[in-house]
Design a protein around this ligand. Structure first.
Ligand SMILES: C[S@@+](CC[C@H](N)C(=O)[O-])C[C@H]1O[C@@H](n2cnc3c(N)ncnc32)[C@H](O)[C@@H]1O
Length: 326
């Protein structure tokens, strides 16, 4: 007769530390972080310490009640309320960790990892590091045999990021270097080459030349920008540079669904906007990508347009007489 899951012996084997995953398995150990969620969805992240108590408006829970147990259980606080106990996932950690600057949300970090094609062993550069949320996803994706070099202009944000990344991975990830300074100055000075560059900052166009010089042919630049004006300026700057393929721009919207019996419908609330993403691939030195033969939408680059102007768009022709080059 097959064993019921409850009878199965516990698998005490932790994830190998050499993987630098930030994940543990097996019984909860002292020093580890756990997430307690009450019936109303309120979350508390705590580091387990023998002999300590966690206090809330529901009374207290002894840490000793949790240490040594397999995650995925409930504990009852001294006044009766129940808490669900799990180790936090990366997507949960980054939205609850201390913040210096706004973070890249998990839905967008997932898009960046997939669409900027972050791979094990890749050399990735990012700026700014902010609170280190995206850094954790990048490090996860490149693994211990890749590199992530993060630039940050503000020391106080770099300090917050260092603490967060260290906490998530349980130490100093061997693939990570955090550099204080402006990417536009520091990256060229370092002479480093890389496969992918992710720009999450107010003015990513100021870093485009540095990114283009550092990227290997076939590499990808990816910008994460909050507003349409930033999106436009970055995209047109990439076109004007000429050393990249025509940029792709998009945003992702994620909507939860309520699924209960016959009541299956979209959730009432969603995050309406986080940011836009733009990617383009680096051409080989001296090579130009054939830009799409396009007739700009009427007024796209008309008299009101003051941004960077792609080379194939004439300066003074009104849009209605614009003619594609043969
Ligand atoms: C929105 S935050 C980045 C958030 C981060 N990606 C995260 O997920 O936690 C933007 C950061 O970029 C930094 N920054 C802006 N321009 C920069 C530049 N040229 N070089 C380095 N850092 C820069 C800012 O100081 C700020 O901390």
């Amino acid at each position: 007769m097959p064993e019921s899951p409850a009878d199965r012996p516990s698998d005490h084997q932790d994830v190998t530390p050499e993987a630098w995953s930030g994940v543990h398995r097996g019984p909860l150990r002292e020093g580890e972080w756990v997430r307690l969620v009450d019936g109303k969805g309120r979350r508390h992240n705590i580091a387990l310490e023998a002999g300590k108590r966690f206090f809330s408006n529901r009374g207290h829970v002894e840490h000793d009640e949790m240490i040594g147990r397999e995650e995925g259980f409930t504990v009852t606080a001294s006044t009766g309320g129940e808490y669900l106990v799990f180790r936090p996932l990366l997507s949960e950690f980054v939205v609850s960790m201390p913040r210096g600057a706004a973070v890249v949300y998990p839905k967008d970090a997932a898009q960046i990892v997939a669409m900027a094609d972050i791979f094990p062993g890749a050399d990735v550069v990012e700026a700014g590091v902010g609170s280190g949320a995206l850094t954790c996803s990048l490090l996860r994706a490149v693994g211990p045999h890749g590199t992530v070099t993060s630039y940050e202009r503000r020391e106080e944000f770099a300090d917050v990021a260092r603490q967060n990344v260290r906490q998530f991975f349980g130490g100093d990830h061997p693939a990570w270097q955090l550099r204080l300074g402006d990417l536009a100055e520091e990256l060229p000075a370092s002479g480093a080459r890389c496969d992918r560059i992710i720009l999450d900052m107010l003015a990513p166009w100021e870093c485009l030349d540095a990114a283009a010089d550092a990227l290997r042919p076939g590499g990808i630049v990816c910008a994460y920008v909050a507003t349409t004006t930033q999106l436009s300026r970055f995209t047109e700057t990439v076109r004007v540079h000429g050393g990249f393929t025509d940029p792709q721009a998009w945003e992702s919207l994620v909507r939860d669904w309520h699924v209960e019996g016959l009541a299956v419908r979209p959730g009432h609330k969603m995050i309406g906007h986080t940011a836009f993403l733009v990617t383009a691939r680096r051409m080989a030195p001296g090579q130009k990508a054939p830009m799409k033969k396009r007739r700009p939408a009427p007024g796209a680059y008309g008299a009101d347009y003051t941004g960077p102007r792609p080379a194939d768009v004439p300066l003074d022709l009104p849009p209605d007489v614009y003619v594609d080059e043969p």
